[in-house]
Design a protein around this ligand. Sequence first.
Ligand SMILES: NC(=O)C1=CN([C@@H]2O[C@H](COP(=O)(O)OP(=O)(O)OC[C@H]3O[C@@H](n4cnc5c(N)ncnc54)[C@H](OP(=O)(O)O)[C@@H]3O)[C@@H](O)[C@H]2O)C=CC1
Ligand SMILES: CC(=O)N[C@@H](CCC(=O)OP(=O)(O)O)C(=O)O
Length: 343
Amino acid sequence: MIKVGIVGGTGYTGVELLRLLANHPEVEVSVITSRSEEGMRVADMFPNLRGHYDLAFSVPDVDTLAACDVVFFATPHGVAMGMAPDLIKRGVRIIDLGADFRIKDVELWSTWYKLDHTCPDLVEMAVYGLPEVNRDQIKNAQLIACPGCYPTAAQLGFIPLLENKLVDHRRLIADCKSGVSGAGRGASVGALMCETNESMKAYGVPGHRHLPEIRQGLALAADRPVGLTFVPHLTPMIRGIHATLYAMLKDPKDGLQELYEARYKDEPFVDVMPAGSHPETRSVKGANTCRISIFRPQNDDTVVVLSVIDNLVKGAAGQAIQNMNIMFGLDESSGLKALGMMP
Ligand SMILES: NC(=O)C1=CN([C@@H]2O[C@H](COP(=O)(O)OP(=O)(O)OC[C@H]3O[C@@H](n4cnc5c(N)ncnc54)[C@H](OP(=O)(O)O)[C@@H]3O)[C@@H](O)[C@H]2O)C=CC1
Ligand SMILES: CC(=O)N[C@@H](CCC(=O)OP(=O)(O)O)C(=O)O
């Protein structure tokens, strides 16, 4: 059995890791941390886990975590980079769900995250954990930077167009909507029901920290820098991201549906829907799936790609487990067979 540690077990992505790993046949969660809930039994805090875990939260401690084969960091940015160097030296593999190792340009990262990076050498060695792009590098990685939720939906939607140089790479638009769990479990006025229900708002329009991450991934796909307008919105749902992506075709013609089907035909977690379909976030709720459809309205030169994920699963915990499966040579779908929930 693979021994797993989770730092940040009381947050939304931490408890989602626990939910998914409870059905993973080849792992045993041996350490789960929380500073605020030290000593609390996991199943007392999260009754959905009753009967699955006989474990209590402990404070994060490098010596305890070093006994694990792999440690997931489900923590705010800035936490993983504090503990990763010691764990890496001791041979532990790390999967960071936060943003500490996602952006290769460390100065750019510091500008957006307003922190100095304490281990730039690890940024260099980290592999960006988007399996649909980096599966081979993930196999041998010791440190994985899991993509953010918006970046996962946006990149999977745009990549086939950019890899094939079919669109104007300078004018991409990602209009994205997120459920409130994307903001984490910490109390904040903006996440209250009275503030979010029956209403919808854009935020971060002048600049959101996912912009440089999405640009970095799209530039690699396009093999050149890209221009991107990214507008996130908060919507009154708990889970889900709906990305509506726009690009201008250089040479408008048929064949986009076939292109996407071919690009993702061997991908277990990307579902290209039949032409004309509109994917719903509820169809991926709880599932590690990205569901995509492609349109060219009025046969014009604008291509519209719809890409939906569950922010906590393909956008975080599920993708992190998918990376672990690849790193340890397991079936990539182990622990990830849950389907979406309708209704
Ligand atoms: N929510 C989402 O949809 C997504 C989140 N992410 C990223 O995943 C990470 C976790 O997100 P989420 O689960 O939403 O966050 P939450 O705010 O819900 O949970 C954060 C967890 O981290 C722990 N924690 C906080 N500060 C520290 C610290 N200094 N040292 C150790 N542990 C700490 C908290 O427990 P305690 O304070 O008790 O120690 C808590 O368990 C973040 O980086 C987030 O940006 C990525 C994709 C999607
Ligand atoms: C709705 C909401 O607030 N979403 C968060 C992003 C979600 C997230 O978890 O960001 P990382 O993937 O980079 O960690 C936000 O906009 O900051």
